[in-house]
Design a protein around this ligand. Structure first.
Ligand code: GLU
Length: 445
């Protein structure tokens, strides 16, 4: 919301947010959409989305002859901007657009962020892409917020990505809501575990209509990533709060660690694969799987839906475990405290999880243990209770993130019912989901 002198300035000229405006700046005529000024540090700035797709902040004192061009930008607004012309000589990359803030915009009628931008409009927010890639296909199988994502949609995405790669693309960029982006990145990592080309998952914490839109730089860095030789499924998002560089973080070792910061995605228990600057400069920070264009893309496995994450906390009712067992669940990931604890030797015997967990394991439910501390690893030998849990048949999942453990267990259970084999799969390092040695700098990186 504009305030003070700028508000007066706009009021006098009968211009408000969302209006198409014409104005003169240093003798040159311009037109564009007046955006909300959120994200600009200067209270004297007008935020304008130009026809090129770029957002600029202009001091209102420098603006001459500002007039309302008579139209309101509604959901059709951005489609007015010119289509990007890609160069066929550049590397072939495709876009899988699934929804989220990166493909939404402020609806000026309601003031709310609206989720259903046409996928090709996402590109118009980032004209720089034409200098890096040739976008040869856009697939948009669904457009949803990532909170509405489901395992069958992860599989659908993997099928589309495999198809695109087998048509010869050098890389695929997936645009996606950020809330559950790290579940999807884990899912695609396992489904395409043997594949050796880069997949970049990108989102945004601010919508394209805002001056602080972060999706453009994320898309540019994603384009740089998918044309590199780092053949992993990675989340490519801002590394800092500024528009300086992105991190490409391994899909199974990354997490959204803040509700709203642009640099919310942090590597967990490892370093980022690489720092990537929009101009294409890269600094590799970790070991990575190398590109091999001769490997065909093949989707491996699917997801067993009857898997749950159950959190351990003081006072947590053990009956919740019985509920899942009785409902026929095949797998449970305990989000345990620190090294792997659950309420065990409670003052009141009825509050202990140990008997219900034993019942779960004895009934053939796979129970995995991953830590809710996020950093570090669970360990079955330090405390007596942990030794007992291990003897009971609960599998300690090292430094796996709870979310990665959940996705991996669904994936493992889709492939076999043999619990010995499930355990083997769960403890095999397929795509860098385990780290033997956690370097100290990885903490809160
Ligand atoms: N909650 C929505 C989602 O995850 C919007 C948040 C975002 O995209 O960053 O899709």
């Amino acid at each position: 919301m504009y305030s003070g002198k700028v508000k007066e300035f706009l009021k006098k000229r009968k211009v408000s947010e969302g209006d198409f405006v014409k104005f003169v700046l240093k003798g040159v005529k311009y037109c564009g959409i007046l955006l909300p000024n959120e994200g600009t540090s200067s209270t004297d700035s007008l935020m304008i989305k130009q026809e090129s797709g770029y957002n600029v902040g202009i001091n209102y004192n420098d603006v001459e002859c500002l007039t309302n061009a008579g139209k309101k930008a509604t959901l059709g607004g951005v489609s007015k901007f010119k289509d990007l012309k890609f160069n066929k000589q550049m590397p072939n990359v495709s876009l899988v657009a699934t929804g989220g803030t990166i493909s939404s915009r402020v609806d000026y009628k309601t003031g709310g962020v609206y989720m259903l931008m046409e996928p090709n409009e996402i590109l118009k927010t980032t004209p720089e892409l034409v200098d890096i890639i040739n976008l040869d296909a856009i697939e948009s199988p669904f457009r949803i917020g990532s909170e509405d994502m489901s395992p069958d949609l992860w599989s659908l995405m993997a099928d589309i990505i495999a198809k695109r790669f087998n048509k010869g693309d050098v890389g695929v960029i997936v645009t996606h809501g950020t809330d559950t982006l790290h579940y999807t990145s884990s899912a695609l990592s396992f489904l395409l575990k043997d594949f050796q080309k880069p997949i970049a998952l990108v989102g945004a914490q601010r919508s394209p209509d805002r001056g602080s839109f972060d999706g453009s730089m994320n898309l540019i860095c994603a384009a740089q990533y998918v044309t590199s030789d780092i053949a992993e499924t990675a989340i490519v998002m801002h590394g800092t709060m500024n528009d300086d560089f992105c991190f490409a973080n391994r899909g199974t070792k990354v997490r959204k660690m803040h509700t709203s910061r642009r640099d919310a995605f942090r590597p967990i228990n490892t370093l980022p694969l690489a720092k990537i600057w929009p101009d294409g400069k890269k600094e590799v920070l970790n070991q990575y799987r190398k590109r091999d264009d001769s490997v065909k893309a093949k989707v491996c496995g699917g997801f067993e839906n009857k898997v749950a994450i159950i959190s351990a906390y003081p006072g947590a009712d053990p009956e919740i475990i019985d509920y899942y067992v009785d409902k026929g669940y095949k797998g449970i990931i305990i989000s345990s405290t620190a090294l792997g604890h659950v309420p065990g030797y409670t003052q009141k015997k009825k509050d202990s999880w140990l008997p219900v967990l034993k019942r779960a394991v004895d009934s053939g439910v796979f129970v995995g243990n991953a830590s809710q501390t996020i950093y570090g690893r669970v360990h079955p030998h330090v405390y007596r209770q942990l030794i007992e849990l291990e003897q009971m048949g609960i599998v300690f999942l090292e430094d796996l993130l709870v979310e990665t453990a959940y996705v991996k267990l669904m994936w493992a259970l889709s492939q076999t019912k043999d619990l010995k084999r499930v355990k083997e799969i769960m403890l095999t390092n397929y795509v860098g989901e385990f780290n033997q040695r956690i370097v100290p700098e990885a903490f809160l990186y």
